[in-house]
Design a protein around this ligand. Structure first.
Ligand code: OAD
Length: 240
């Protein structure tokens, strides 16, 4: 008889995966790492831009002080992201949306790679780098070129959550609703250090969900999860 390699996926997870209807997936920078997008806390090379730390150039105060510099930084990041493609993790998660009657995908990423892989109705807690938003009337624009709002003529800014800013209205509430109703919750590629996103798996578990973490490193959530799959999302997710 051939010897079988033990699967990292437990029988319990398989059973729950086959029977769940309501699923919550929370992703962070780690899900895009294998596409070549640097993470925030993994020694990535985006930590300093022209001598300014990431949390200074990407801040609410900087939009007020020097909006052109903010755009320069975001144009640079958009340029890096243009050639980036979704990886096996994004593709697997996109497939899950067909598999489960009710799957809510919540991401902290702004790169748009989940949508590129085919996911729809993605809740983007931190916005999207490919959109802009008017500083005055908040009208959003998909265009990369315009730097004036077509609604009121004022300046556009990147439609992303910067340091010192609140999450987009409604996004967290929708994510929290899904967390409270989920039977199964995946936490993938996030250091689980940034709130309120990191609170979603906690809410889901307290409301009865089976919580599974996918990450090569331990996080503050690891001990709290029902199951931890240690490894890269692009390797692990296709096995589930
Ligand atoms: P972090 O950079 O804090 O964490 C990335 C996580 O991904 C770490 O736990 C890594 O171990 C894990 N990781 C690395 N490679 C992986 C792989 N191939 N597969 C799976 N996991 C992998 O990123 P986030 O948790 O997303 O907010 O950071 C949260 C927020 O902090 C960001 O959205 C950003 C930042 O401040 C804003 O910009 C508003």
């Amino acid at each position: 008889m051939e010897s079988q390699t033990a699967s990292p996926i437990s029988a319990e997870l398989r059973r729950r995966f086959n029977s769940a209807a309501r699923v919550l997936v929370l992703t962070g920078a780690g899900v895009s790492a294998e596409s070549g997008v640097p993470t925030f806390r993994g020694g990535g090379n985006t930590a300093v831009w022209k001598g300014m730390p990431f949390d200074v150039i990407s801040s609410a105060g900087m939009v007020e002080r020097d909006l052109p510099a903010v755009w320069e930084w975001f144009d640079y990041r958009r340029d890096l992201l243009k050639a980036v493609k979704p990886n096996a993790a994004h593709v697997t998660i996109a497939g899950w949306q067909h598999r489960f009657p009710d799957l809510t995908l919540v991401t902290q990423n702004i790169d748009g790679l989940h949508q590129k892989a085919g996911s729809h109705d993605v809740i983007e807690l931190h916005g999207n780098i490919w959109r802009a938003r008017c500083v005055t009337c908040s009208m959003t624009s998909e265009s990369n070129e315009h730097r004036a709002c077509v609604g009121c003529g004022d300046h556009l800014r990147p439609d992303v959550v910067l340091f010192g800013e609140l999450l987009p209205t409604g996004a967290y509430d929708r994510a929290a609703d899904a967390a409270l109703g989920a039977e199964l919750c995946f936490v993938i590629g996030t250091s689980a250090l940034v709130y309120p996103a990191a609170n979603l798996p906690v809410m889901a578990k307290r409301a009865g969900a089976y919580v599974v973490e996918v990450n090569p490193e331990e996080t503050p959530l690891s001990d709290f999860c029902d199951e931890v799959l240690t490894g890269k999302a692009g390797d692990i997710l296709p096995l589930i």
